[in-house]
Design a protein around this ligand. Structure first.
Ligand SMILES: [Zn+2]
Length: 505
C-alpha cells in the first residue's frame, strides 16, 4: 500500500475521534467505565469505516498505564507501542493470510502465556470470516475456556460467514457506513490542516465516490496530492481514477431514449474500446441514471457533481417511470456481472432491454385500462400504435425448443440439465424473437442458465432470441394483476406474450 500516510496520520486515537460510530464507542466506553471486560468482541461492518481503529483504541483502553480507562492517555509506553504497532501483547492477525489451522494452533499456544508487560493480551483478527472451518473449531476451543488475561477482537466485513458457535460467544458491534456529509466534514478538516489545494466540487466527488468508507476517501486525496501540485480539480480525479466521462453516458442513454439499437451497440463498442474498467462503467451508469431521475423529479442533489444542461434536457425527454425502470435494470446488470463472464453481451442485453421499456409500459397501460372496464379499443385510443412489425404468426416453435433441448442435453450437466428437462414449451414468437417456457416444477434457474439457452438457440437459428421462463407463481401473480375477468382474453394473452410483461412488472 503506497498511499497510507494520510490515513495513518488521521487515524483516530481516542473514542471521541472516531467518526460516525457513536453507537459503538459510547457502549464500549460505558462498559470500560464499569470495568466490564468481555473476552471476545466482534466488530462487523463495511470496509474502511474504523473497525481496526476502534480495536486498537480498545486495546489501549485495556492496557494504558493509567489503568483500564475509557480515555487511554496515548502518552504512556503501553499506549505508544500499540499506536506504533510494536506491542508484543497486542497482536494483529490478518484472517485472510493466516486462515489455516496451523496458524490458529500457534495462536492458541501463545494464548496460554501471560502477557509480557501489559494487563491483557489482545488478539485482533481482521477479516475473521476467512478462517477455515478447522481453524474456527480450534479457535472455538479457546473461546470456550478463555484465559482471564486474553481478549479477542474479531473484525469482519461478512458477519454472516462467521459460524454461529463463534458468534454466540462474542459481544457484537455493528459499524455503519459513513454518510457523504460525515466524510466531507472530515475531508475538509484534513484539507485545512494539511493545506491541500482542492476545489469544493472535487472534494464533493471524492466524498461521494468513497461510498461510506472514510479510509478510501483519505487514500484518494493522498493519491491526488501526489498526482498534481496545482489545485486538485474534477479533471484530475477523472484522470487518476479513470472515471468515465459523462459524455459517454449521455450518448449511450440518448440511444436508449431514442430506442436506437444501433447507436446503443456502437456506444458500448466505444466504451469497451477505451479500455474502461467494466465495474467502473456500470457503477457510473447507475450514478448517471440516478442523476437523471433526480433532475426529472427536480430534487436538488446536495452532492451533485456538475450541473449539466444536457442532463436536464434528457431528463425532460423521458418520464419518471422509464427512469425508475432503467435504474432498476442497471442495478440488475451490476448484480448479474458478479456471476457471469459474458460481460459485454450482458451490457448490450441490458441496455437494449432499457430501450424496450416504453413498449412494455404501453402494454401495461393497455391492460390497466381494460381492467377498469374500459373497452380495450378505447384504451388504445390516443396511445401510440405498437410497432407495425408485430403481426400474428402461426406457432411453429415447439420443434425449435425440442431441437434446443436436444443440443443442450448433449453437453450440459447439473442445474442447466435439470432445468431443461423440467421446463415446458409455451410459445415462440418469431417476430419478437422470443421463446417463452414455463416451469411447472419451479426448478431454480439463474441468468446464466437463460444465457446458455439463448446462446444455443442462436447457434441453431443464426440470430439472437430472448428466452423467458415463467413459474406458476409468476403466472398466478400475473393473473391477479390482470384481473380474473380478463384472463384468457385474446388481446391480453397476445400482449403479455409479445411484450414479456411478467419479466418487469
Ligand atoms: Zn496510556
Amino acid at each position: 500500500m503506497a498511499y497510507i500516510v494520510l490515513a495513518r496520520k488521521y487515524r483516530p486515537q481516542t473514542f471521541e475521534e472516531v467518526v460516525g460510530q457513536e453507537h459503538v464507542t459510547r457502549t464500549l466506553k460505558n462498559a470500560l467505565k464499569e470495568g466490564k471486560i468481555g473476552h471476545a468482541y466482534l466488530f462487523a461492518g463495511p470496509r474502511g469505516v474504523g473497525k481496526t481503529s476502534v480495536a486498537r483504541i480498545l486495546a489501549k483502553a485495556l492496557n494504558c498505564e493509567k489503568g483500564i480507562t475509557p480515555e487511554p492517555c496515548n502518552k504512556c509506553e503501553r499506549c505508544r507501542e500499540i499506536t506504533e504497532g510494536r506491542s508484543v501483547d497486542v497482536l494483529e492477525i490478518d484472517g485472510a493470510s493466516n486462515r489455516k489451522i496451523e496458524e490458529i494452533r500457534n495462536l492458541r499456544e501463545g494464548v496460554g502465556y501471560a502477557p509480557a508487560n501489559s494487563r491483557y493480551k489482545v488478539y485482533i483478527i481482521d477479516e475473521v470470516h476467512m478462517l477455515t472451518n478447522e481453524a474456527f473449531n480450534a479457535l472455538l476451543k479457546t473461546l470456550e475456556e478463555p484465559p482471564p488475561h486474553v481478549v479477542f477482537i474479531f473484525a469482519t466485513t461478512e458477519p454472516h460467514r462467521v459460524p454461529a458457535t463463534i458468534m454466540s460467544r462474542c459481544q457484537r458491534f455493528d459499524f455503519r457506513k459513513l454518510t457523504t456529509g460525515e466524510i466531507l466534514k472530515r475531508l475538509k478538516e484534513i484539507k485545512e490542516k494539511e493545506g491541500i489545494k482542492i476545489t469544493d466540487e472535487a472534494l464533493n466527488l471524492i466524498a461521494y465516490r468513497a461510498d461510506g468508507a472514510l479510509r478510501d476517501a483519505e487514500v484518494a486525496i493522498e493519491q491526488l496530492t501526489a498526482y498534481t501540485e496545482d489545485e486538485i480539480s474534477l479533471q484530475d480525479i477523472k484522470e487518476v481514477f479513470g472515471f468515465i466521462d459523462k459524455s459517454f453516458y449521455i450518448e449511450l442513454i440518448k440511444g436508449v431514449i431514442e430506442q436506437d439499437d444501433r447507436k446503443i451497440i456502437s456506444e458500448i463498442e466505444n466504451i469497451f474500446e477505451q479500455g474502461f474498467d467494466l465495474k467502473e462503467f456500470v457503477v457510473g451508469l447507475i450514478d448517471f441514471l440516478r442523476e437523471l431521475l433526480l433532475s426529472r423529479l427536480d430534487v436538488k442533489n446536495p452532492f451533485s457533481i456538475e450541473e449539466d444542461p444536457e442532463i436536464k434536457r434528457m431528463a425532460g425527454s423521458t418520464d419518471e417511470d422509464n427512469l425508475v425502470a432503467m435504474l432498476n435494470l442497471a442495478v440488475e446488470l451490476e448484480r448479474s456481472l458478479r456471476y457471469i463472464n459474458y460481460s459485454r453481451a450482458m451490457v448490450e442485453l441490458y441496455l437494449l432491454k432499457m430501450a424496450r421499456i416504453p413498449y412494455i409500459k404501453k402494454v401495461s397501460e393497455l391492460i390497466s385500462g381494460a381492467e377498469k372496464g374500459t373497452p380495450s379499443v378505447e384504451a388504445k385510443k390516443g396511445k401510440p400504435e405498437p410497432p407495425p412489425r408485430i403481426e400474428e404468426e402461426p406457432l411453429t416453435g415447439e420443434k425449435l425448443w425440442e431441437r434446443i433441448k436436444e443440443e443442450i442435453l448433449k453437453k450440459a450437466s447439473g442445474g442447466l440439465r435439470t432445468l431443461v428437462n423440467s421446463v415446458v414449451f409455451e410459445n415462440f414468437d418469431k417476430n419478437e424473437k422470443r421463446l417463452l417456457l414455463s416451469n411447472p416444477r419451479k426448478t431454480a434457474h439463474t441468468d446464466e442458465h437463460i444465457f446458455q439457452i439463448e446462446s444455443v438457440a442462436k447457434d441453431i437459428l443464426g440470430y439472437e432470441i430472448r428466452v423467458s421462463i415463467t413459474t406458476p407463481v409468476q403466472e398466478q401473480k400475473r393473473d391477479e394483476r390482470i384481473g380474473k375477468g380478463l384472463i384468457g382474453h385474446p388481446l391480453v394473452n397476445k400482449a403479455v406474450k409479445l411484450f414479456g410483461v411478467e419479466d418487469i412488472y
